[in-house]
Design a protein around this ligand. Structure first.
Ligand SMILES: [Zn+2]
Length: 343
């Protein structure tokens, strides 16, 4: 059995540039997961070692064998147990001591000190609560399956080693990244966020987490993907300001500066494709456009996102939710941005 390619997004430390890469993986295969059949002689030691490594590989790359209940629904408890096994394997392989704190929606896996880890525990559920409120996610609803694994490394070298081990990805220049494992229709979708903490101050760590955490949420909300780049990045930037409103003034100032460029910046941004890198000024404009849309109307914003996730083109989604098109969006946003009382 095979799965669709994973999606992973990462950000460069300086400019939060988004990139994408496809990864391979596979579903757990019961035949492969039962190497010690009855009557089979025990394998020699060398093979035993190899078999153990292969089992580890499957746990890191695949779903558990029984990830669906008899009625076909996803067995979330089995997925969470599987995710915890992955942490044990990562610790054994990398020599790390990630400790797991389980919250309603996250597995916060951290080798940082207790106060630092406690901050992420608080930020994670606060972010989920804000997003849940904005998009009407009830206690019984799910955005991802199992729990979102939040991997926090106090040493950058271990973050990079983990990204190579778990996602076959070189994160040498990444500030942080999130990755989605999409096993196709009817099968689970898992998500993880990896953050190196280096010597960053709490304010910056919150910003990084909220940005990646919002991406992880929006990527899987209703169905995977389908958001234009400017909305994905704008929403991610917007959510950093919800836990920490003090970030808003600086982002708005940069947006105002970006709007001063009456040339192609906004038009290019609105047409940018996923995987394309954005400049700092474009991130600021994306943030501000989303700020404008949400300030105008939260219900309309949800309607816009829902329409896009349902597969409607950008222009039709915007028209259905707000009653105007992209050029009108730019015009109204510029007017709002220029009004001193608007922010
Ligand atoms: Zn981003």
């Amino acid at each position: 059995m095979h799965l669709r390619g994973n999606i992973s997004r990462l950000h460069r430390a300086a400019a939060l540039v988004l990139a994408a890469l496809a990864l391979a993986g596979r579903l757990g295969d019961p035949a492969m997961a039962a190497p010690d059949n009855q009557g089979t002689p025990p394998p020699p030691p060398a093979k035993e070692t190899k078999t153990y490594a292969a089992r580890d590989e499957r746990i890191l790359d695949c779903l558990p064998e029984k990830h669906l209940r008899p009625d076909g629904s996803v067995d979330h408890a089995a997925l969470v147990a599987h995710e915890k096994k992955r942490i044990e394997i990562i610790n054994a392989r990398l020599g790390t001591r990630l400790r797991v704190t389980e919250t309603p929606h996250y597995l916060v896996c951290s080798d940082a000190d207790t106060p630092t880890t406690a901050q992420f525990v608080r930020w994670s559920e606060a972010l989920y609560a804000h997003l849940g409120e904005l998009f009407g996610i009830g206690p019984q609803d799910r955005v991802w399956d199992g729990k979102c694994m939040l991997l926090l490394f106090s040493r950058r070298a271990k973050f990079e080693e983990c990204s190579r081990t778990l996602d076959a990805h070189d994160s040498t220049s990444a500030g942080a990244y999130f990755a989605v494992e999409d096993y196709g229709t009817g099968h689970p979708k898992l998500v993880k966020i990896c953050i190196p903490m280096d010597d960053r101050e709490p304010r910056r760590l919150q910003e990084l987490f909220a940005h990646e955490g919002a991406h992880a949420f929006f990527e899987l909300y209703r169905r995977p993907g389908r958001l234009p780049l400017w909305l994905h990045e704008g929403l991610a930037e917007y959510m950093t300001t919800v836990n920490d409103p003090s970030l808003k003034a600086e982002k708005s100032r940069k947006a105002l500066h970006a709007a001063g460029d009456r040339g192609e910046l906004v038009r290019k941004l609105l047409a940018a494709k996923t995987g394309q890198g954005l400049k700092t000024a474009e991130y600021a404009a994306a943030f501000s456009l989303v700020d404008f849309l949400i300030t105008d109307s939260k219900p309309k914003f949800k309607k816009l996102i829902d329409a896009l996730k349902d597969g409607k083109p950008q222009t039709a989604s915007l028209a259905a939710a707000y009653g105007f098109d992209l050029p009108e969006l730019e015009k109204r946003w510029r007017a709002w941005l220029a009004a001193p009382s608007s922010k």
